[in-house]
Design a protein around this ligand. Structure first.
Ligand SMILES: [Zn+2]
Length: 337
């Protein structure tokens, strides 16, 4: 009898132990899965921050990831690049010195960091409040200072217009381009480009009548990008940039049929057919003007447009247009035909 009781006891203890072990094991496994999930999620967020040039967000995330994987060389390379992109050249160089591996990209960052500091010193240019500067082709100090002065003014006025202060500095490449001919057959604002970095030929400064609109135009694109990570429909982006650059006012409606909303949404910046490109730009501007007009075209109208842009990611184009203007892209196009 006593034997049987002991067996029972042993069995219960065994079962309990098994449950406890299973429970602990499950908890451990679940924690690992969660950690893995969190890690993967953080990598996705980091990649997105890097893609849109949000370096503060990228740095925060990479630092977290490095805590989990301190010897991950890929993360270390990203860290170096992120410091470089934030103009923290000395910090970037020091960081690379602490790494115990070599890579040509790291050599490049060290070389470029030294060169940029040198160029800034030679030109006597202070670090800019809002722009992270790079130079190409040895522009003169006078051209650099003039471009920067115009850009800083433009930055302040666009920032005020949208009531939006970008989190990160904007990357600006000032380059000396011998090929640059000023006004050509292309629409003149194509002279400078925004491809994630603002690229401005300093020779542009010699063409007083064009450089202001060009810089305002490109800077608007830079603001649009810092306001949303959504893929902005081209007509919204080119439309607002033209409204703000103030050029191409009072141009007559191009002849022929109206473009489709699809052709206005996809990229037409590289459209080689000039007549077609002109038409797309014209309709873009009209559509955005129409949105602004519905809010009275004043400061509030621009701020509302900025809010609409910021909601694109969550609501989609028609969702955001519906929320802020009670319309859709198609109906809007219809109303400006
Ligand atoms: Zn543009």
């Amino acid at each position: 009898m006593a034997q049987k009781k002991n067996n029972w006891k042993r069995r219960i203890v065994g079962l309990l132990l098994m449950y406890v072990l299973m429970f602990v094991g499950y908890q451990y496994w679940q924690k690992k899965v969660e950690e893995r999930f969190e890690y993967e999620h953080m990598i996705a967020v980091t990649n997105e921050c890097i893609r849109v040039g949000d370096w503060k967000c990228a740095e925060k995330n990479v630092r977290e990831l490095l805590k989990a994987e301190p010897n991950d060389t890929n993360l270390q390379m990203h860290m170096a690049g992120i410091l470089f992109e934030q103009e923290r050249y000395q910090e970037c160089i020091s960081y690379i010195e602490t790494l115990n591996f070599k890579h040509k990209d790291l050599d490049y960052l060290v070389e470029k960091s030294n060169l940029l500091e040198q160029e800034m010193a030679q030109l006597g240019v202070e670090k800019s409040m809002h722009f992270r500067l790079e130079f190409d082709g040895g522009p003169s100090k006078k051209d650099v200072m003039e471009a920067l002065a115009v850009l800083e003014v433009a930055y302040d006025s666009i920032s005020n217009l949208f009531d939006f202060l970008p989190e990160n500095k904007m990357s600006l490449v000032l380059y000396q381009d011998r090929e640059f001919q000023g006004v050509g057959a292309r629409p003149d604002w194509v002279a400078a480009v925004f491809d994630g970095k603002l690229r401005v030929p300093v020779n542009l400064m010699a063409y007083r009548e064009v450089y202001r609109p060009v810089l305002f135009h490109e800077l608007t694109h830079a603001f649009v990008r810092s306001m949303t990570r959504a893929k902005v429909p081209l007509w919204m982006n080119e439309g607002i940039a033209q409204v703000i650059d103030g050029s191409h006012n009072n141009e007559e409606r191009p002849a022929g049929a109206s473009p489709s909303i699809e052709s206005l949404t996809e990229s037409f910046v590289k459209e080689s057919n000039t007549a077609k490109a002109t038409k797309l730009y014209w309709f873009s501007k009209r559509m955005v003007e129409e949105l602004l007009r519905r809010d009275g075209s004043g400061l509030e109208a621009f701020r509302n447009f900025a809010k609409c842009l910021q909601d694109l990611r969550e609501l989609g184009t028609d969702g955001a247009l519906q929320k802020y203007y009670g319309t859709t892209a198609k109906d809007l196009l219809e109303s400006v035909r």
